[in-house]
Write a protein that binds this ligand. Structure first.
Ligand SMILES: [Zn+2]
Length: 78
């Protein structure tokens, strides 16, 4: 998977996580909140696996903005 797609899924996943958690809070259903925790965990794992430099495999931290150049090997990222 492309690192940009992975980053996009991660951002959407965060929104989904928050929306599901809010829904669980509003409905007072604890299991829905656990579903949101599960979505967050899966989303984090996919970002960890796929949001990487295609050249040197450096992981782009989810905290940093989407880079144009790899911070480790300096190659341009498409
Ligand atoms: Zn790199």
């Amino acid at each position: 998977m492309n690192h940009k797609i992975s980053r996009r899924i991660f951002n959407i996943g965060l929104l989904v996580t928050v929306a599901v958690a809010l829904l669980g809070g509003i409905l007072m259903k604890e299991w829905i909140i656990w579903v949101s925790v599960g979505i967050f965990a899966l989303n984090f794992v996919q970002q960890l696996l796929f949001d990487r430099c295609p050249h040197c495999d450096e992981w782009f931290s989810y905290r940093s903005k989407e880079p144009d150049f790899c911070p480790r090997c300096g190659k341009k990222l498409d």
